[in-house]
Design a protein around this ligand. Structure first.
Ligand code: SF4
Length: 237
């Protein structure tokens, strides 16, 4: 089996509930989307990066792994594009007693479902239409898959956390609909966090907007957090 990797490196987790942890990032090539705020555009083509057989990919991971690594992130691009290879790499990493973490847009439930039992930490990202990544028709299909991935993670007691990227364009009506959908299939204790991540750059939402969206989550989930991407501020990868 082959895997196409864009890069493998150790850095500081810059997003979400594990922000600040020493992490090995395994960035896979390929993503079906093109969100306007994407900060890994070079990894989006499926032919980006380099191809490895699984043994050589494991050797590359070993060469980049450092002491006290908290977890190994499968990121992208979109890891589900190469889910069979991720499955093999996740098995290998778990043999070393290091937790595995999946960062995914959860666009394909079947692929996600094949992988989930080998993943320790799961971030379920819900896209909004203002990401401009997809047509309205495809959006409904993606949302259905994201919700199925959340539901399955909850059923398997994985305690996933939810992330939604907020830009200056994000609409309150759409956000409310997302909240209704998410909390119709999950209870407070089913998830380990709810993170609002502001877009960095020209579409960055202002403080009022962030606090407004924070307040919308509170009736469903009190421990909501607004967490910007740490690595952008410290100049890390
Ligand atoms: S889903 Fe993620 S990797 Fe793909 S385009 Fe959007 S932000 Fe970039």
């Amino acid at each position: 089996m082959k895997v196409r990797l864009f890069e493998v490196f150790t850095s500081i987790e810059g997003e979400g509930i594990f922000c600040g942890t020493k992490t090995l990032f395994v960035r896979l090539a390929g993503c079906p989307f093109s969100c306007f705020y994407c900060d890994t555009v070079h990894a989006l083509p499926i032919n980006s990066g380099c191809e490895y057989n699984i043994n050589n990919a494991c050797k590359l991971i070993d060469s980049k792994l450092k002491n006290n690594t908290y977890k190994v992130n499968f990121t992208g691009g979109e890891p589900l594009m190469q889910h069979e290879a991720v499955l093999e790499l996740a098995k290998y990493i778990r043999l070393k007693n290091i937790p595995t973490y999946l960062e995914s847009s959860c666009f394909d439930f079947d692929k996600f479902n094949q992988l989930i039992s080998h993943i320790d930490y799961i971030k379920i990202e819900f896209k909004t239409m203002d990401s401009k990544f997809i047509t309205p028709k495809s959006y409904e299909h993606t949302l259905t898959n994201e919700l199925m991935c959340l539901q399955q993670s909850v059923l398997q007691n994985k305690k996933p956390y939810v992330k939604i990227v907020i830009s200056s364009y994000t609409k309150e009506s759409e956000f409310n609909r997302l909240l209704d959908s998410i909390f119709s299939i999950s209870e407070i204790n089913d998830i380990s966090g709810f993170v609002l991540q502001p877009v960095y750059g020209s579409a960055m939402p202002n403080l009022n907007k962030l606090l407004q969206f924070y307040d919308l989550v509170c009736p469903y989930y009190k421990d909501v957090r607004i967490i910007p991407q740490l690595h952008k501020f410290i100049g890390a990868q």
